[in-house]
Ligand binder design. Structure first.
Ligand code: NAP
Length: 479
């Protein structure tokens, strides 16, 4: 594999650590690579380099930054097949899905290469006769990014592309379980011609030490995090002392509501797409499926038939649509969640156990009917291929149920009455609402949550805002 790199990338050089750790394939636990394990001191060095590089990079004309970003995008597309293969090896998702992620990831680089040229300021009518007011937007400075294992490529580009387009420099810490996609992106960034220190990648098994450095170091002016709400809260606390700007893309507990005037077949297809992508391990995956009582049985029958057709296995195999879960801990967690539902009166319709050996990370796509509010499937982010199906009677009831969570990331519903569509869309306390669709992620729309799902928006015309400061200039004495 031409893009397999095992060293970290700091100031345009490949760097070793004092030890190594293994990256394994979740399908069969085979060794994929031994990667260098970097320390907190090396993270500090990377931040220093990023700070030096910032002084140069911010002065590049927008068109110059755009040209290098564009080149990086083209290289990602040129190597899309290999990037996808590497992603499947370290993460497990089916190859077609991995290729989808690579294209999705690259699309942020393309988009923000274009947006780099559109960082406009304002001219504001002055508050006195001799005053003129203008604003400009400037890059915040060094950005630290911490990303999760479930999208080892796209969660990086979604942050890094707008940061670089704005004129910031970056230090990235990918997840320990999936560093290879990040390092492959660094290799392509090197080929694209970013100046040394503009992009730095620190691979480490010591997430909390690296996080502490990123949060405490005053040279870092912005922390962008995607991951769990638990870790997001730790990082926000740690950033308080240096009053950093922060963006938080955290966990979710997405409701998916099917009203009785919905196209049931379309709703089944939408729910499958939303629920079982990446073996249920995405922050926007359906967590709770609510179906109105008079179509509950018909929906359940069709949904069950569709779920039974999903093939589980090695992501490299083209027939497979659900790969392994990421690690043993994740499987144990979903096993407990399923058991908790059964113990509380849930009915196991299909699935419910591992596929194959006792230590396999493959888990059957599972449906639990008669799901209830007192179960963990209602309160927890499931992060696995389990659908709990709840029955509801009225619109008011389902809105109350859907919003009864501290999370507020993605939500979905199917129905056809346009007045109700507006009512429901406005009443859902979520940053994103899918209406008659189960797929909402796209470069051109603002991705992000409210409540304990975080704040900040990634992608779209809003995606640059998190990496820019507005400076206001007050011009006096204009007589
Ligand atoms: P996680 O445990 O919070 O880890 C995310 C990242 O934080 C990883 O790089 C991890 O490093 C690092 N980390 C862990 N503890 C840390 C600490 N004390 N200080 C600094 N960094 C630390 O989350 P995950 O299990 O990887 O990812 C799943 C979660 O991400 C889910 O809750 C999901 O909903 C959320 N997510 C949200 C979005 C969104 O856009 N809102 C997108 C994708 C995922 P190591 O892995 O190396 O330990």
């Amino acid at each position: 594999m031409k893009l397999l790199r095992t060293k970290s990338y700091i100031n345009g050089k490949w760097v070793t650590g004092h030890r190594k750790f293994s990256v394994t394939n979740p399908y069969d636990q085979s060794l994929v690579a031994e990667v260098e394990d970097l320390s907190r001191d090396q993270c500090r060095t990377a931040i220093q380099h990023a700070n030096d590089a910032f002084k140069v990079w911010k002065k590049y004309a927008a068109a110059e930054r755009a040209a290098i970003l564009r080149k990086w995008y083209e290289l990602q597309m040129e190597h899309a097949e290999e990037l996808a293969y590497l992603l499947t090896l370290e993460q497990g998702k089916p190859l077609a899905e991995a290729l989808g992620e690579i294209k999705y990831g690259a699309s942020f680089v393309e988009w923000f290469a274009e947006e780099a040229r559109r960082v406009y300021g304002d001219t504001i009518p002055g508050h006195k006769r001799d005053i003129r007011i203008t604003t400009i937007k400037q890059p915040v400075g060094v950005v630290a990014a911490i990303t999760p294992w479930n999208f080892p490529n796209a969660m990086i580009t979604r942050k890094v592309a707008p940061a670089l387009a704005a004129g910031c420099t970056v230090v990235i810490k990918p997840a320990e379980l999936t560093p290879l996609s990040a390092l492959a992106l660094a290799e392509l960034a090197d080929q694209a011609g970013f100046p040394p220190g503009v992009i730095n990648i620190i691979v480490s098994s010591q997430a909390s030490e690296i996080g502490k450095e990123m949060c405490a170091n005053p040279l870092v002016r912005k922390l962008s995090f995607t991951g769990s709400t638990r870790v997001g809260k730790i990082l926000m606390r740690q950033c308080a002392d240096t009053v950093k700007k922060v963006s938080m893309e955290l966990g979710g507990n997405a409701p998916f509501i099917v009203f009785d005037d919905a196209d049931v077949d379309a709703a089944v297809a939408g729910a499958i797409a939303s629920k079982y992508r990446n073996a249920g391990q995405t922050c926007v995956c359906t967590n709770r499926l609510f179906v109105q009582e008079n179509i509950y049985d018909a929906f359940l029958e069709k949904y069950t038939a569709a779920v039974k057709k999903l093939t589980v296995g090695n992501g490299i195999d083209s027939a497979v649509v659900i790969g392994p879960m990421i690690e043993e801990k994740a499987v144990v967690s979903v096993e407990k969640i399923v058991q908790n539902a059964i113990d509380n009166g849930g009915k196991l319709v299909t699935g419910g156990k591992r596929v194959g050996a006792a230590d396999s990370l493959l888990f059957e796509p599972t449906i639990i009917s008669n799901a209830q509010r007192n179960m963990q499937v209602f309160t927890k982010e499931i992060f696995g291929p389990i659908t709990p199906i709840f029955k509801f009677e009225t619109e008011a009831e389902v809105i109350e149920l859907a919003n009864d969570t501290p999370y507020g990331l993605a939500s979905y519903f199917y129905g056809s009455d346009y007045a109700r569509i507006w009512r429901i869309a406005e009443a859902l306390e979520y940053g994103m609402v899918g209406i008659n669709t189960g797929m909402i992620s796209t470069t051109v729309a603002p991705f992000g949550g409210i409540k304990e799902s975080g704040f900040g928006r990634e992608g779209s015309k809003y995606g640059m805002d998190d990496y820019l400061e507005i400076k206001y200039m007050c011009w006096g004495g204009v007589k």
